[in-house]
Design a protein around this ligand. Sequence first.
Ligand SMILES: *Cc1c(COP(=O)(O)O)cnc(C)c1O
Length: 405
Amino acid sequence: MTAILKGYALPDDKGYFGEYGGSFIPETLQAIMNDITMAYEDIRKDPAFHRELAYLYKHFVGRPSPIFHAANLSRKTGGAQIYLKREDLNHTGAHKINHCLGEALLAKKMGKKKIIAETGAGQHGVALATAAVLVGLECDIYMGEVDIAKEHPNVVRMKILGANLIPVSRGTRTLKDAVDAAFEAYLEDPVTQLYAIGSVVGPHPFPMMVRDFQQIVGVEAREQFQDMTGGLPDNLVACVGGGSNAIGLFTAFLEDESVEIYGVEPAGRSLEKGDHAATLTLGKPGVLHGFKSYLLQDEEGDPLPVYSVASGLDYPGVGPQHSLLKDLGRVQYVTAGDKDAMDAFFTLSRTEGIIPALESAHALAFAMKKAAELDVSRTILVNLSGRGDKDIDFVVEKYGKIYGI
Ligand SMILES: *Cc1c(COP(=O)(O)O)cnc(C)c1O
């Protein structure tokens, strides 16, 4: 196990987590990525940067986010005790503000004028637009038209915050197409802009950098959980889109062999019919958006169309460190479908008075199933990655009748 544990400090200096990650991009862009890596290595060692970020986490985001013992929900499942790490209580409503502030500060330190990004559910767009205002940068956000229609409140928020919202009408008009469009815009001027990637994906150094900024979730949770219960959780559960909230929670616990770790991918409408985004469950290694990882792809290696009721999980790739953690067997990747997630969404709302993001509802769905199989003395810590306010119109329109609204 020790040899494997050493791997958790990855990536290597070329950005590889085992065989995954790296940087598969044109030479001109590689020079820019090298600059970003160097700038990041500098600020990573700079106590002033960490002080500034810690100040913003505390006074702007509202960190530390609490851990809540969901006693009503636990009683309802009849098994293990479910605890929630409340990233939904962060300013802007999800974990994404943790890495957006880090990326915005980095851009500012590098003398960039603008940060650009893609967004799926709109959470990354809102978090980045917020960080851009605070730090004093312009902000361009690319978003698929399907997601724009579905995530109206976040679209309005980005506009109020002064970001330029650029609709993407190609392909399936969802997250992958938005990434493609944002990437192309970035290539046109990588000198005055910084592409602030929204998860632990993309070429080196982004999977490392975004993980480092998200680690705060697990670092806090480990200490808080011990304060509350006197021990470590028996199980960790987080949903996996690109994988940032999951790696943020998992990192602090990877060397705790007693802790079982689960990443939950979206099974969408059907795993059999290809109507999902369960990359680690059904994909194979390939290259997309400048990095190597598990990928849902056709025979030519082109990404397959993906689907989930949760726009933020709708991505055919996954962070390279998750691919390694899967191969090592340290994290088990499982799935929850649309129906399970919708049930979990309403169950949490109606047992604890907490409306979760549809993304987080996937983690909850698995946690509830797992809890029911375990003794009441066992514990499960779930990363409640975001709040569901952004989803309520969609949920009521599509599922309201089923749930008596
Ligand atoms: C974006 C998002 C996710 C998925 O992204 P990861 O990088 O996998 O964490 C999950 N939950 C919420 C609330 C999100 O906004």
